[in-house]
Design a protein around this ligand. Structure first.
Ligand SMILES: [Mg+2]
Length: 396
């Protein structure tokens, strides 16, 4: 089998890729919604793929993996890898999880991710009210994640949040030492959320990037009695193209609260320090950024060997990304906790993708499906009307 074409377009908000073959099998891949600019990055790899056998996934990836990097280049590489597995699975008549070693669980746990309700303010009462709403969500999530501190409007909305100058954009730009009042405010908001969730639903907190090491330690220690699931991306995070494992290690060693990072990180080599130095307790790679499904699987096994848990990222990966997450997370060792659930945006995404269960999430779990490849298909007839100008031939 040979690859005959690689195309990329943006459907709704998400970049979608389509790899075609001389045997008529088509593979789908998807990247995160904030990367609508990704088409040229994807097409950069096209000449390296044409004529290759897509069922030899690793051999194809050896041609392009080194040409990726942290976001956004690694996102293009990852989406291509996803599509190659889709083709390999369809060619073999097997779901992707079988090709990755087989499933170790029949259903995968997810946490709320893209299922959120707007916050009407930044006081502890607002945070408590938001958790009360989240608990009513029909998916009945057993873990709910909320943004706080630098991963929330607090730096902009609260006076004197840090000792530094406040910036409004882009992508969580603030960093600095918190005032004592701000630190107390963050802690009060977490206590308010826990008072609603109790020990019934786990609370995870997306925190940064932007925390200094001393504040991160103070926060993590103050929250120890609350048993939060994890503190995510305190030091680095969204669009931070470096890891800083030694700083995470300082924080992790100072507290019993689990520290989490990894959604930004491309390739196993860039996880090595975090894992080998036991710098965090949980890592959260995203299959649409780490370099693909097999890369995520390998890193999960290596993390397990070092006593580190897995809570993969995925909030913006869309419905093809959701299928990819289900397939790979079914194969992860028992260090797996849950993945971050993406939704289709806009809502019509659910009309153009075939193969998803209805409802998708039941009691915080998704049952792993058995259709070949990723097991979902974009329906060209229903999706064509949403193609942007210039990409009308995407399905041809
Ligand atoms: Mg995050």
């Amino acid at each position: 089998m040979q690859i005959t074409d690689l195309k990329c377009t943006v459907i709704g908000q998400n970049p979608v890729i389509r790899i075609t073959t001389d045997e008529g099998i088509v593979g789908w891949g998807e990247a995160e919604s904030p990367k609508s600019y990704l088409k040229p990055h994807v097409l950069f790899y096209r000449p390296f793929l044409l004529g290759e056998d897509p069922t030899n996934v690793e051999r194809v990836m050896l041609k392009i993996r080194r040409l990726g990097s942290f976001k956004p280049w690694g996102s293009a590489v990852s989406a291509i890898e996803m599509a190659l597995w889709d083709i390999a699975g369809k060619a073999a008549g097997l779901p992707v999880y079988k090709l990755l070693g087989g499933k170790v669980r029949d259903k995968v746990r997810v946490y709320n991710g893209a299922v959120r309700f707007p916050m009407s303010g930044q006081t502890p009462d607002h945070y408590a009210a938001n958790m009360a709403l989240m608990k009513t969500s029909p998916e009945k999530f057993s873990i709910i994640k909320q943004g706080i501190g630098f991963h929330s409007p607090m730096p902009v909305r609260l006076p004197d949040f840090t000792y530094g100058e406040v910036r409004e954009a882009p992508f969580y730009p603030n960093r600095g030492l918190l005032t004592e009042r701000s630190l107390k405010h963050v802690i009060a908001c977490v206590e308010a959320m826990k008072s609603v969730l109790g020990d019934e639903v786990g609370l995870a907190l997306d925190c940064g990037p932007g925390w200094t090491v001393p504040d991160a330690i103070r926060l993590a220690k103050a929250l120890e009695p609350l048993n939060v699931m994890w503190l995510e991306d305190l030091i680095t995070g969204d669009y931070t193209p470096y890891v800083m494992a030694q700083l995470y290690r300082e924080v992790t060693r100072a507290t019993s609260t689990p520290i989490h990072t990894g959604e930004q990180i491309y390739l196993r080599q860039n996880f090595a320090d975090l894992i080998e130095k036991q710098a965090v307790r949980i890592i959260g790679p995203d299959p649409a950024d780490i370099g693909g499904l097999a890369e995520l699987k390998w890193v999960a096994e290596y993390a397990d060997l070092h006593g580190i848990l897995m809570a993969p990222h995925g909030i913006a990966d869309g419905l093809i990304g959701l299928a990819a997450l289900v397939q790979v997370c079914a194969t992860l060792p028992n260090n797996y906790i849950a993945f971050e659930y993406p939704t289709g945006k806009p809502e019509w995404w659910y009309d153009i993708v075939d193969g998803l269960p209805k409802p998708i999430v039941v009691d915080s779990f998704i049952t792993v499906w058995d259709r070949p490849g990723l097991g979902v298909e974009i329906n060209p007839e229903r999706a064509r009307r949403y193609l942007p100008p210039g990409d009308e031939d995407f399905f041809d």
